[in-house]
Design a protein around this ligand. Structure first.
Ligand code: BGC
Length: 384
């Protein structure tokens, strides 16, 4: 049986054990968790203050920046109750501004790539900011990851969390319509981290928001994730061209290194020399989730680190999941704990619509129209 946080805590209570006996801290004992705490993290070159919010509930500890909605730290206990920060990041704002490959950030307006940074909507052609060769990646040169968000803390019943707001003006990064975005980070009493995204527009536009946490369940800076076991509930994926733009094909994973329908170590097939892996330098693809678009988040992937026992289970209502195996980490960035990040030292699991959907009529639509509200939710559940 896979133990989740609730099972462990309930078991401890039944056995008359203090939660601290399990080394999971005292936050889960307090109903409603702790009120989010705000502190100054740093200043931008123009003097704008960047704050860091600390949240704790159900044994999960989360630190979030007003810069990019960045998850600067996410601490989880291992099977012995020892905490580690399982999310790559930096300990200072300057590195986030100058060097980050989207560590922990909110991504918008469009997660992943739009080919040539161009699309046509209702007969009008739009040219987006291009920042990845000829393509537009993660919203362009100054996406949502590089904006200061308004942050409002809340406690609601046994939940604690943050509302994050950002208004992207008409034409920003080339996108039509003023997009009003609200993202809610919630830590539940079970220690789940839930993300609820909402957006409205005043002109027809495209939108695809996601979160770019780099996971290493053994702890950031501890080495490769190749021993992590991953399962993705997807029978197909979207192969790409040399610029990592989907060709439009939905290819079967069966008989390929892309088959994660049963959990397997990430390192098992990562050097299989499949042409798609050679192009991407590992895994950097969108999996077509078997469940499709759903009204509520449903289970899509599980990640497990056998060494620490930590597990991550992801539920989403979206049709796709980008699994990126940290291929472009190249040993030039020094992370939060003072260690260098090398290729494959973390992985991202980004719940999303398919890359380049605005140019791929056969993919589910990412168009948002005035009067409609874009909504999507992702739930991260942890265990050990
Ligand atoms: C993309 C990668 C990209 C990375 C940026 C991922 O979501 O799929 O191709 O290099 O983000 O760090």
């Amino acid at each position: 049986m896979e133990l989740n946080r609730r099972t462990v805590i309930a078991g401890a209570a039944a056995a008359g054990l203090a939660a601290t006996t399990l080394g999971t801290g005292s936050a889960e004992a307090a109903p409603g968790g702790r009120k989010p705490v705000k502190e100054l993290f740093g200043k931008l070159a123009d003097g704008t203050k960047v704050h860091r919010w600390s949240l704790e509930n159900g044994g999960t500890r989360l630190k979030v920046l007003s810069w990019g909605g960045v998850v600067q730290s996410l601490e989880l206990p291992d099977r012995h109750g020892h905490y580690a920060n399982v999310s790559l990041g930096f300990d200072n704002i300057d590195d986030y501004v100058a060097k980050t490959p989207y560590f922990g950030a909110l991504i918008g307006r469009y997660g992943n790539r739009i080919g040539k940074g161009r699309f046509t909507l209702d007969g009008t052609a739009y040219q987006l900011s291009v920042n990845d060769g000829v393509n537009s990646l993660h919203g362009g040169t100054k996406g949502f990851d590089k904006r200061v968000w308004d942050v409002e803390p809340f406690t609601k019943g046994s939940d604690v969390g943050l509302h994050l707001y950002y208004v992207s003006i008409d034409g920003e990064m080339g996108y039509p319509g003023t997009l009003r975005t609200k993202v809610t980070y919630t830590l539940t009493r079970d220690g789940d981290w839930r993300i609820d995204y909402e957006a409205t527009t005043d002109k027809a536009t495209v939108v695809n928001l996601t979160s770019h946490v780099y996971w290493n369940l053994a702890g950031e800076g501890s080495g490769s994730i190749e021993n992590h076991e991953l399962a993705i509930a997807a029978s197909r994926y979207t192969p790409t061209d040399s610029g990592l733009i989907p060709t439009g094909e939905l290819a079967k994973v069966s008989g390929t290194p892309f088959d994660f329908r049963r959990a397997k170590a990430i390192g098992r097939d990562i050097r299989a020399a499949h042409p798609q892996q050679v192009t991407a330098k590992g895994y950097d693809h969108n999996w077509v989730l078997d469940k499709g678009i759903t009204a509520r988040p449903e289970h899509v992937a599980t990640l497990r680190d056998p060494s620490s026992g930590r597990t991550l289970s992801i539920a989403s209502d979206q049709p796709g999941l980008q699994f990126y195996s940290g291929n472009f980490l190249d040993g030039t960035l020094v992370g939060t704990g003072g260690r260098v990040y090398r290729q494959g030292d973390a992985l991202c699991l980004e719940t999303q619509h398919f890359p380049d959907s605005p140019n791929q009529p056969s993919f589910p639509s990412t168009v948002l129209r005035p009067g409609r509200t874009y909504r999507t939710s992702t739930v991260h559940s942890f265990g050990s």
